[in-house]
Design a protein around this ligand. Structure first.
Ligand code: 0PR
Length: 350
């Protein structure tokens, strides 16, 4: 049988992951057989994880960050809800998140037995009155998204954090995708901008690390302590992660990518991706289609259903928003010549 080869990225417009930076790929390979879930045995990778969290803290405006490298944004979001639930003083906890929040919060609600209250949007962002209406004395967490999955929008994070604080709840920011582009924008989204408690920020998305490398950050170690369970037979005495054995490759590649790219490399990539997104949106509109203004480098395009299907037949990996728009995520592997080729196909098919 022919050996399977991984997907090449030349027509991938739908992914929030990308080709890892060469240094990240190299580090991942070297650390493939290490397990940060057992820091007593795998000391080097455990130290690297500490570095990863320090670096992620720098990206997210937090000194002495607590946290760990998770399997992805899903785990980090679940753990953030778990922290809030365990810290809360109620038997009927709920949390409030905007309708734009990633579906991982629905998994969190289901697993943890915390009611998810979904707040309405206004211009693709959380509507603050809508959020306020859903908060009550059983609310343990308010979620804001910094870089939504479908439209790259940033919720009013400082206002959400204040509302959480007034309610005695925690505030979590999901910057899984946006975290590595937002530092170069004027948006208020991080630990220095607002009184937030936890954040999801994933090296394996815009951070250009190998999969799997997600990130959970917490303002202080006492928040992570809410997750601690005893680990009687390991050298380390407790564990806060959701999974046991974890990817040392992910940890090492996250550190390598951030050491290589933070901040100049990420900034240059943000500028390239954003200018590609702005250019694509303008080109699309010039052809008579609507594009949702790319606040961050994601373009949602009002293509007819059939055209999306035909483009997919041409090999373009284009995903759809819930509203049915075609969605182009301007990741590092999405270059201007690639987008030109995409537009050439659009022109040919219309
Ligand atoms: N939070 C946000 C804002 C996200 O966009 C995502 C994933 C998550 C959390 C969950 O992260 P993990 O998938 O790491 O657990 N958003 C994309 C999605 O689920 C991820 C993705 C990645 C999609 C690669 C396609 C793809 O090829 O749609």
């Amino acid at each position: 049988m022919q050996r399977a080869e991984p997907q090449d990225f030349s027509r991938v417009l739908s992914s929030m992951c990308t080709r890892p930076h060469p240094a990240a790929r190299d580090a991942a390979e070297r650390f493939l057989a290490t397990n940060p879930g057992d820091p007593g045995t795998y000391e080097t990778v455990a130290k690297l994880e500490r570095e990863a969290i320090d670096l992620l803290g720098q990206v997210a405006g937090l000194e002495d960050a607590a946290g760990y490298v998770s399997s992805g944004g899903t785990e980090a979001n679940i753990q953030a809800v778990r922290i809030a639930r365990n810290r809360g003083d109620t038997r009927t906890p709920n949390f409030v998140a905007p309708a734009s929040a990633h579906f991982s919060f629905r998994k969190a609600a289901d697993i943890l037995g915390v009611e998810l209250r979904t707040a309405p949007l206004e211009d693709f962002r959380a509507n603050l009155d809508g959020v306020a209406e859903l908060i009550d004395e059983d609310t343990v967490l308010v979620v804001g998204v910094a870089g939504t999955t479908e439209y790259g929008r940033v919720d009013p994070i400082p206002a959400l954090a204040d509302m959480a604080d007034d309610a005695g709840a925690l505030c979590h920011v999901d910057a899984a995708w946006g975290g590595f582009v937002l530092p170069f924008t004027a948006h208020s989204w991080d630990f220095s901008d607002a009184d937030i408690d936890t954040m999801t920020i994933d090296p394996h998305k815009m951070g250009q690390a190998a999969v799997p490398a997600g990130g959970l950050l917490a303002r202080g170690p006492e928040l992570l302590d809410e997750l601690a369970i005893d680990t009687p037979y390991l050298e380390s005495t407790s564990q806060v992660t959701l999974t046991g054995t974890r990817s040392g490759a992910g940890v090492a590649s996250a550190v390598a990518a951030m050491e290589e790219l933070w901040p100049e490399g990420y900034e240059a990539q943000y500028r390239t991706s954003q200018s590609n997104a702005d250019w694509l949106a303008a080109e699309i509109e010039a052809r008579g289609f609507d594009a949702v203004d790319p606040v961050l480098p994601i373009v949602a395009i009002d293509f007819p259903h059939d055209l999306i299907a035909e483009l997919r037949e041409q090999g373009w990996r284009l995903s759809r928003t819930e509203n049915g728009e075609g969605r182009v995520v301007c990741m590092p592997h999405v270059t201007r010549p690639m987008l030109q080729e995409f537009l050439d196909d659009v022109d040919r098919l219309t």
